[in-house]
Design a protein around this ligand. Structure first.
Ligand code: IPM
Ligand code: MN
Length: 347
């Protein structure tokens, strides 16, 4: 029987509950499809930081390298550990070390979920550059604490980085409805964003079957609210994609439905799957976190592992549950009830 080695990092806050739920659903889907998932849990988190002084052990990255995929809950508990420490000690190094340059985030309404918009028939795939750009981490501060203090943080765009994320986007567009929106701010940022536009045009020439449109980030934000049905694949830089995908989560009914995959398309290191919502410390341990975003991320993991039938079964089970009104309104159902409904729908 085929078996996949999965590294489980529940992390902080509601991460634990949603990963437990997801693992149960994925286990059942795997059994149904005739393969197995072998999970190894890693307690890396803010708890771990308080005990050891690090978010993960020094050889954490090397340990994870041996797995077929990573399933992550959430990282961060700002009252206990500053986000700048916890995120830069766990989530962000994994994305960078494993060159997970494509952060894929689907935005569409599940059946039974009422979004805030009038439009209901949208199906957007946001593809966020995930390793460089505005979140490269290049910068510094001088004259600290004085009136002359200066902070710089440089956005870094490389030909290799921009080209590969756009090419990835074009490949996705080809598999979907053949439309790609490239998002920049080239009317104001005349070096990096003009560079991005130029590379979009270069790569577009290789995909004459894909219809390309260029948008500025501000106009795209408005379009996602006013005409989301006009969008298919949306490709954006790290910061712009970060912001657009919270907007995407909002129009799909909330962060409880926003799934994501941090993909290494070359498959020379594991990819990582995580819900977008974060650790939500305020509701941790209340048993009310919506596990759907995490379960959907788990379905994306199965797809990436080459198990599309099991992935589709999980998605159908989520949709069957929400179509019955389970997990469609904040706080109405407990994590366990939503998980049970998805499990039951899996048959
Ligand atoms: C996300 C999150 C992270 C990001 C933060 C927590 C660093 O907002 O996955 O969207 O910006 O990448
Ligand atoms: Mn974000």
């Amino acid at each position: 029987m085929k078996s996949y080695k999965i590294a489980l990092i529940p992390g902080d806050g509601i991460g634990t509950a949603v990963i437990e739920a997801t693992w149960e659903v994925l286990g059942k889907a795997a059994r149904g499809a005739g393969f197995s998932l072998e999970g190894t849990g890693f307690p890396w988190s803010c708890d771990f930081y308080e005990k050891t002084g690090a978010m993960m052990p020094a050889d954490g990255i090397e340990t994870l390298r041996g797995y077929d995929a990573i399933l992550l809950g959430a990282v961060g508990w700002p009252k206990r550990v500053p986000d700048s420490v916890s995120l830069h000690g766990l989530l962000l190094p994994i994305r960078k070390a494993f060159v997970q340059y494509a952060n894929i985030r689907p935005h569409r309404l599940l059946p039974g979920v009422e979004g805030p918009l009038r439009a209901s028939a949208f199906d957007i795939l946001c593809i966020r550059e995930n390793t460089e750009g505005e979140y490269s981490g290049a910068g510094g501060r001088v004259h600290n604490g004085t009136a002359d203090e200066v902070a710089v943080e440089t956005a870094i765009f490389t030909r290799k980085g921009v080209e590969r994320i756009l090419r990835f986007g074009f490949e996705q567009a080809r598999k979907r409805r053949g439309k790609l929106a490239s998002v920049t701010k080239s009317n104001a940022q005349k070096y990096s964003m003009v560079f991005w536009d130029e590379i979009t045009a270069l790569v577009a020439a290789e995909y004459p079957d894909v219809e390309v449109a260029n948008y500025h980030i501000d106009a795209m934000a408005a379009r996602m609210v006013m005409a989301p049905e006009s969008l298919d694949v949306v490709v954006a830089s790290n910061l712009f994609g970060d912001i657009l995908t919270d907007l995407g989560a909002a129009i799909q009914g909330g962060l409880g439905y926003a799934a994501s995959a941090n993909i290494n398309p070359e498959r020379n290191a594991p990819s990582m799957f995580e819900p977008v919502h974060g650790s939500a410390p305020d509701i941790a341990h209340l048993g009310i976190a919506n596990p759907i975003a995490a379960i959907w991320s788990g379905a994306m993991m199965l797809e990436h592992l080459g198990e599309p039938a099991a992935a589709a079964a999980v998605m159908s089970a989520i949709e069957a549950a929400t179509a019955r009104g389970i997990g469609t309104k904040p706080g109405e159902h407990k994590t366990n009830d939503i998980t049970s409904a998805v499990l039951a729908a899996l048959g």
